[in-house]
Design a binder for this molecule. Structure first.
Ligand code: F6P
Length: 547
């Protein structure tokens, strides 16, 4: 395994450092003037997607060197290892095989000499049967009323994927059904999500790979009590709860009929699980056919990532550009800017995908890394974000990389409005790249006293991803594009992108503290191990909670 020192010694990395020193003062605008075919060379299509990375502060040589770096870091071999089911998540002794979940029928994926495809197909069939039943109006609750409200209870990957996919594909959803997503331990989430619903018509999908997650279990118990307040008989639970989990005992202990459990295998990471039974709510919303189009889209990007030459490989290039922006230009945050109402939860989804995967401080050998790993992902859909934080993007002192995402064909007939939306998308990315100089402002007769305030330096790096239209297939391709980009970055940093021990440690501390706050109103004990600030916060809280 590579250490930080051997990473530093890599020839391509040294060459990239020298190259950076050569081009660091070149502006995006100069780079366009120097290369008439820049946009042509720095763009590519894959399936429904078109990626333009030409508005980044790099040259063709930069890309060539980054590709060499990827080779030196063993990206081709590590990609093969992931797809082949090697236990690359070594700290949890797990294979990483979300790509198997979207393999077309007839394919085979082996793990420990066992072909996983039969059980994957069986799981999909089980999902399809339930989904068809609900969509067809054939599923009734305990009192015989039709199930109309589908409520997913989960958190992290058991929520962000489902809610993002539901919102993204809402256009295709069955409007006779109502979908809600409950994640927060703050019971207000549960209360507000259920207050207008009739328990007799509700199906709760309790989604938790571990089935030990505090937030999910707490909300699931609230749901149980809420349901029983009206339906009284405990046997009603069986008709209103479904479990999606890898923990059969946990599901059974909660009181869900095991025959109604949908399996999440241990080789599927939470943040990579939208294509597993975690996507059950998505399938119910859009139907099994469209769900299989989503899987096809994911698979098409997988196949491209696996087979396309490195210099024409979309996820790989997106990942390498992210490395360049982060580690060389020091843009340690990336704004995700979908120009689509439907992609409103996409930035939050990407946050977990990237930051939980690559927010790591040591390499695979446990050596402390001296380079910045996952950028901070954040964002809002355009044009809303333009009236909020774009000022910071254009004139703030921090350099932020951007990913603009747009669709050529809208899902409605208002072409004029769609043109305005997309004009804003293109204009913003152009403005960030080119800026607006004092000379241009003076030529436009801007009063001298405000010229300097209006100058935008530009030279802010960004990608634009265009899809033909927002369909289950293009969404699948977009998700897998980012999954493999995140993987590529993790390989360059030589980290394990598939564990999340930091989250686990935070969970443990919260559990202990919960006990302290629950046990006695006099708590916390001033002599306890907490620091002065935390002790005071807890005392203040207890005093005002009980006062
Ligand atoms: O937040 C940490 C985490 O472990 C995520 O990785 C995961 O997606 C989430 O919690 C939920 O876990 P589970 O599906 O086991 O409830």
């Amino acid at each position: 395994m590579l250490s930080q020192r051997s990473l530093n010694r890599r020839t391509a990395l040294q060459a990239l450092k020298a190259h950076y020193r050569q081009i660091r003062h070149s502006t995006i605008s100069e780079l366009f003037s120097e290369d008439a075919r820049r946009a042509e060379h720095m763009s590519l299509t894959m399936g429904e997607l078109y990626l333009d990375y030409s508005k980044n502060r790099l040259t063709r040589e930069t890309v060539d060197l980054l590709v060499v770096l990827a080779k030196e870091c063993g990206l081709p071999e590590k990609t093969l290892a992931m797809f082949a089911g090697k236990k690359i998540n070594f700290s949890e002794h797990r294979a990483v095989l979300h790509t198997a979940l979207r393999m077309p029928v007839g394919g085979s994926v082996y793990l420990d000499q066992k072909n996983l495809m039969p059980e994957i197909q069986q799981g999909l069939t089980q999902m399809r049967i339930l989904s068809d039943q609900i969509r067809g109006g054939h599923m009734a609750g305990y009192t015989g009323r039709r199930i109309r409200n589908i409520i997913n209870i989960g958190i992290g990957g058991s929520d962000l994927g489902p809610v993002m996919a539901f919102e993204a594909l809402r256009f295709y959803s069955d409007r006779a059904l109502c979908f809600r997503f409950i994640s927060n331990i703050d019971s207000s989430d549960f209360i507000e999500s259920t207050r207008d619903l009739n328990p007799e018509e509700c199906l709760f999908i309790v989604c938790s790979k571990s089935f030990t997650t505090t937030e999910t279990l707490s909300n699931a118990y609230l749901a149980k009590n809420w349901l029983l307040e009206k339906l009284i008989h405990p046997e009603a639970i069986a008709q209103h709860f479904i479990g999606v989990s890898g923990n059969e005992h946990g599901v059974a202990d909660f009181g869900i009929d095991i025959s109604k459990m949908f399996v999440i295998w241990d080789w599927v990471g939470g943040r990579y699980s939208i294509d597993s039974a975690v996507g059950l709510s998505t399938m119910i919303a859009i139907g099994a056919e469209r769900f299989s189009e989503l899987l096809s889209g994911l698979h098409e990007m997988d196949a491209h990532f696996l087979h396309a030459p490195m210099a024409q490989n979309m996820p790989l290039l997106l990942g390498l550009v992210a490395i360049w922006n982060n580690n060389f230009l020091k843009a340690t945050s990336t704004a995700v800017l979908p120009y689509s109402y439907y992609l409103k939860r996409f930035p939050a989804y990407l946050q977990q995908l990237s930051m939980e995967s690559n927010g790591k401080h040591v390499d695979v050998n446990g050596k402390t890394l001296k380079i910045s790993t996952s950028p901070v992902y954040w964002g809002e859909p355009g044009t809303n974000g333009q009236h909020s934080f774009y000022q910071f993007l254009h004139q703030g002192t921090a350099l932020v990389a951007t990913d603009f995402i747009g669709f050529c064909k809208p899902l409605h007939e208002h072409i004029t409005q769609h043109n305005i939306l997309m004009a804003n998308c293109f204009a913003q990315s152009e403005a960030l790249a080119y800026g607006c100089s004092a000379q241009q402002l003076r030529e436009a007769h801007v009063p001298e006293d405000v010229v300097l305030h209006q100058v935008c330096d530009g030279n802010r790096p960004g990608n634009t991803i265009l899809a033909k239209s927002l369909t289950p297939r293009s969404l699948g391709q977009l998700i897998a594009l980012y999954e493999h980009s995140v993987f590529t970055q993790g390989v360059i940093w030589n980290i394990n992108s598939f564990d999340q021990w930091g989250v686990e440690s935070g969970k443990k501390m919260a559990k202990n503290m919960t006990q302290e706050l629950q046990e006695s109103p006099d708590r916390p004990d001033p002599e306890s191990l907490h620091d002065g600030s935390t002790r005071k916060l807890m005392k203040y809280y207890v005093a005002h909670r009980d006062g």
